[in-house]
Design a protein around this ligand. Structure first.
Ligand SMILES: [Ca+2]
Length: 262
């Protein structure tokens, strides 16, 4: 029996079962996902890819890790004060943002990349919905020198226990390399199973609580749910593009054997 046939049987089995309520993570103001992974440190090349939906204008962290006490944290957030709703990248004292507003209440696919050399502003790129976003503004000439005091967390500033995200996140991926423009476009197209090489951490943030925080990168860096992050039953846009109507069983099979979906 081939692996693909086994997978099909798994799907058929799930079709005949009661399927638990599914949905993407809804961060409601006191939620975050913590990990035991310290992330790419120093000035190492890195990329972060995720779907986001929010309409809140406050300082809301999507990603945080590093050593803020020595100025060596790495952060991605949205805020009305810095960036006016664009995706902001920060390394403490140096902030740069894109040009497309992402806190407009609609789903957006975001990719941040840093080349691994030079200042944040010269080495970073942002892609929104698959298209490279020009740098809209910022300040500071700092070069990333990310520490390891705080492991990667999603949805808040771990060093201050504040700036909790308000909205939904879906399919968050962290890479130890620079994603290309073509890869950013592919990820935004909704091909969930593609662009896996160099992926260090990946949370679907979709499904029942027991499976939403499994690391699908293959590194086993499973996350921990904090703040009773609830799931909603509304769908990220990606599902309407790539999955059939009975998506819940298919998604469970994907979680069980993600390598089959490459
Ligand atoms: Ca909560």
């Amino acid at each position: 029996m081939t692996q693909k046939l086994q997978m099909i049987l798994v799907v058929i089995a799930f079709l005949g079962m009661a399927v638990p309520a599914m949905g993407q993570r809804n961060f409601d103001g006191n939620d975050y996902v913590s990990t035991s992974y310290s992330g790419v440190s120093g000035a190492g090349a890195r990329s972060v890819s995720f779907w986001v939906k929010t309409a809140d204008t406050g300082l809301r962290h999507i990603l945080f890790y590093g050593s803020p006490t020595t100025g060596n944290a790495f952060e991605l957030f949205t805020w009305s004060f810095f960036g006016s709703g664009r995706l902001v990248a920060s390394i403490n004292g140096t902030y740069y943002w894109g040009s497309t507003v992402i806190y407009d209440g609609s789903w957006h696919h975001c990719v941040f990349t840093y080349s691994g050399s030079g200042s944040l502003s010269s080495g970073m790129k942002i892609y929104i919905d698959g298209i490279q976003d020009s740098i809209g503004g910022g300040s500071g000439g700092g070069t990333p020198n990310t520490g390891t005091a705080y492991n990667i967390s999603l949805g808040y500033n771990a060093s201050a226990s504040s700036n909790y995200f308000l909205g939904q996140l879906f399919d968050v991926r962290i890479y130890s390399r620079v994603l290309s423009a073509a890869e950013a476009r592919e990820l935004a197209s909704g091909k969930l199973s593609t662009v896996l090489n160099g992926c260090e951490l990946r949370f679907a943030l979709w499904g029942p609580d027991a499976t939403a925080f499994l690391d699908l990168s293959g590194h086993g860096r499973n996350g921990t749910n904090n703040g009773s992050t609830a799931h909603t039953t509304s769908q990220p846009p990606v599902f309407s593009q790539v999955l059939p109507a009975r998506r819940e069983p298919v998604w469970l099979a994907f979680q069980l054997q993600p390598e089959l979906w490459r």
